[in-house]
Write a protein that binds this ligand. Structure first.
Ligand SMILES: Nc1ncnc2c1ncn2[C@@H]1O[C@H](COP(=O)(O)OP(=O)(O)OP(=O)(O)O)[C@@H](O)[C@H]1O
Ligand SMILES: [Mg+2]
Length: 340
């Protein structure tokens, strides 16, 4: 894989050329291919948080599912700590891979089993991955509850999911992911189903875990404000492709791609971490005019306020703009790699 300008060479997880098309059956036996992910490449360094930001249907969860090995990509590579994972384990992920790459889902209630108590949810991965023995499993469970701020842990250990608030349930889900001491945590919209008042608490918890444990993270969100809060770098996805990627602050302060600008413009206050009143507006930006997209031009051209003739005819390559990679004709072409 070509290296990024000024590469740090400590990539924990690298994906290169990831693509996935779904063919869903239509009426009368017709099938329509949906390109969910197209030639996506990026890296997450040890201890780094990267946010994948994009609107509904932009391919965020498909990327997460591919990384969790729940979905097979049509093309591309996943390299964990130098190991080409798909090459080595083509059909199923090894127990070791599953330990190292953990997930926190959007719906904390759906991801916990209502018939089991908190102790069961945490003891299971601890024992399965040999992180605890029957003798010390309770003690280790208490340490985990403590780490995710469920205090006093003894009060939570025998509760069932329905005896917890949404935020507490998400903390249990995070503790379960931490139980196996992962290298990277993939969090798919971890706060979007939570009450506004506790979203910030969960983001703060994730930030603390990153800073204190050096845990790498891939945060998936449609909210640029959350991305800026937690992530070191942001990758903006539009229709399955990364259109802009770079340092989180730079992207939010001076977005280079017109799509990123449209996303930001729809957020009244980028410091806001509450609900997304602008979501509907952004969805309109994302979904409008799909019929106008040309096959050869930039997919964003039909609604881009800055579109030029070339945008309608030629798909732009990646360009380097300062410390960013931007897929847009507004910037001069330069010799760079085709990935963020
Ligand atoms: N199993 C599947 N079969 C067919 N199409 C799928 C499947 N999974 C995803 N898709 C399609 O792929 C595209 C990307 O979906 P994905 O769930 O990755 O988007 P997302 O960015 O996570 O959206 P959201 O923000 O709504 O969660 C969508 O058009 C979706 O309809
Ligand atoms: Mg999703």
């Amino acid at each position: 894989m070509p290296s990024e300008p000024g590469a740090r060479n400590t990539a924990l997880l690298e994906v290169a050329g990831l693509s996935k098309t779904f063919v869903s059956g239509g009426l009368f036996g017709t099938s329509r291919p949906v390109v969910a992910v197209e030639d996506v490449s990026f890296a997450v360094d040890c201890g780094e948080a990267v946010a994948l930001v994009g609107e509904s249907g932009s391919g965020k969860s498909t990327i997460a599912r591919i990384l969790l090995r729940l979905e097979r990509p049509d093309a591309g590579r996943i390299v964990l700590d130098g190991d080409d994972v798909l090459d080595r384990e083509p059909r199923h992920a090894s127990l070791s891979y599953r330990r190292r790459v953990q997930m926190v889902f959007q719906d904390p209630f759906g991801s916990l089993n209502r018939t089991h108590d908190v102790a069961h949810h945490l003891a299971r991965p601890l024992l399965r991955h040999k992180r605890a023995t029957q003798k010390d499993v309770r003690e280790k469970t208490i340490v985990l509850l403590h780490a995710v701020g469920l205090e006093p842990p003894e009060e939570f250990i025998s509760r069932r999911p329905y005896e917890l608030s949404g935020g507490q349930r998400q903390r249990v889900a995070i503790a379960r992911a931490l139980a196996v001491d992962p290298d990277i945590l993939i969090a798919d919209e971890p706060t979007s189903m939570l009450d506004v008042s506790i979203r910030m608490d969960i983001l703060t918890l994730l930030t603390d875990l990153k800073n204190e444990r050096g845990l790498a993270m891939l945060l998936i969100t449609h909210d640029l404000a959350s991305a800026r809060y937690l992530a070191d770098r942001i990758l903006v996805l539009f229709r399955g492709r990364i259109v802009e990627g770079g340092p989180a602050d730079e992207i939010v302060v001076s977005p280079a791609h017109p799509y990123t600008r449209a996303l930001l413009a729809s957020i009244a206050d980028v410091g806001r971490l509450g609900p997304e009143p602008a979501e509907a507006k952004v969805d309109r930006i994302d979904r409008a005019d799909t019929a106008d997209s040309s096959d050869t031009g930039c997919p964003f051209a039909p609604r881009c306020p800055e579109a030029m003739d070339v945008c309608r005819k030629t798909d732009p390559s990646y360009r380097t703009v300062g410390s960013r990679r931007v897929r847009c004709h507004l910037y001069p072409e330069n010799a760079g790699r085709s990935e963020e």
